[in-house]
Ligand binder design. Structure first.
Ligand code: PAF
Length: 285
């Protein structure tokens, strides 16, 4: 695996690959890789001639400076894991290479960013869209891989791809979980063992909501989940929403919907985590 640090260098490599007819699979990440990322890399390696992964902790998508400062960074370990998973090129640019000057671009995703992550993290999706656009221009992938844990991000990226006419397929893979049910996330590295145990309650809450989905209103399920999670000492619920999986808009009467996304965000101590589950109410027993 080759490690490339300059945007100009990855651009030349990609141009040569495209000229020789190779298909390119791309996995954009912020590093601190876990099994969820490696699953995406393995899938990209199977489905494309060449796999490129990027590691860049993107400052413009962090609305909380501490979250940016404390975001786990483990480039050496990540490099070894990527080579093992079948990645051909790791693109790991510096901040000055990605942002030679302060970005003044502004993206708007309409109602998609008025809910959940968009509402609670002002500017977050603008930062995501900015960096993902820059990466897509540099890497010019045929397929780009994302994890379902960031469901709203996937919806935003799909809209970005349609809106700007990127000629690529967005591929989404299911969330990988630890044995406790905790969704794998780079931020889990910041949890101590007690917090890790408590964080698993997020998945328990989703399962608890799932069994109520056919017969209760969204408001009643939200009340139940808030009461359930209030018992977890270090957990501070930010939101629990029942939403349409494509538009992310609230679904007040989920029993009547073909499919809904149960979406949750909470602080465990100082660490903010998100999770979700897509459920077909008609098939819940
Ligand atoms: O999901 C992430 O790790 C980031 O939001 C992404 C897509 C790499 C953009 O910085």
């Amino acid at each position: 695996m080759q490690v490339i640090e300059q945007g100009s260098a990855i651009r030349s490599i990609v141009q040569a690959l495209r000229c020789s007819g190779k298909s390119i699979g791309f996995v954009p990440t912020m590093g601190a890789l876990h099994e969820g990322h490696l699953q995406l890399v393995r899938a990209a390696a199977l489905q494309n001639d060449v796999t490129i992964c990027s590691i860049f902790v993107n400052p413009t998508q962090f609305n909380n400076p501490d979250d940016y400062k404390l975001y786990p960074r483990s480039l050496e370990q990540d490099t070894a894991a990527l080579a093992e998973a079948g990645c051909h090129y790791l693109f790991a640019p510096s901040t000055s290479d990605m942002y030679p000057e302060q970005s003044v671009l502004r993206f708007s995703f309409g109602v998609l960013e008025e809910v959940m992550e968009g509402a609670h993290r002002p500017g977050h999706f603008n930062g995501v869209a900015t960096v993902v656009s820059k990466l897509f221009h540099l890497v010019q992938p045929h397929r780009a891989y994302f994890g379902q844990k960031d469901l709203q991000q996937v919806a935003v990226v799909r809209q970005l791809v349609i809106g700007l006419g990127f000629d690529l397929e967005v591929v989404c893979y299911p969330t990988i979980r630890e044995a406790s049910g905790l969704a794998m996330s780079s931020r889990n590295k910041r949890l101590n063992s007690e917090q890790r145990e408590q964080a698993a309650q997020l998945h328990q809450a989703l399962l608890r909501a799932q069994v109520q989905i056919k017969n209760k209103s969204a408001a009643a399920i939200q009340d139940d989940i808030a009461a359930y999670l209030a018992e977890v000492p270090q957990l501070q619920l930010e939101y629990f929403e029942i939403a349409d999986p494509a538009t992310l808009q609230p679904v007040p009467n989920p029993g009547a919907a073909a499919e809904v996304a149960l979406c949750i965000a909470a602080y465990i101590g100082p660490v903010r985590l998100i999770d979700n589950m897509i459920v077909k109410p008609g098939q819940v027993i």
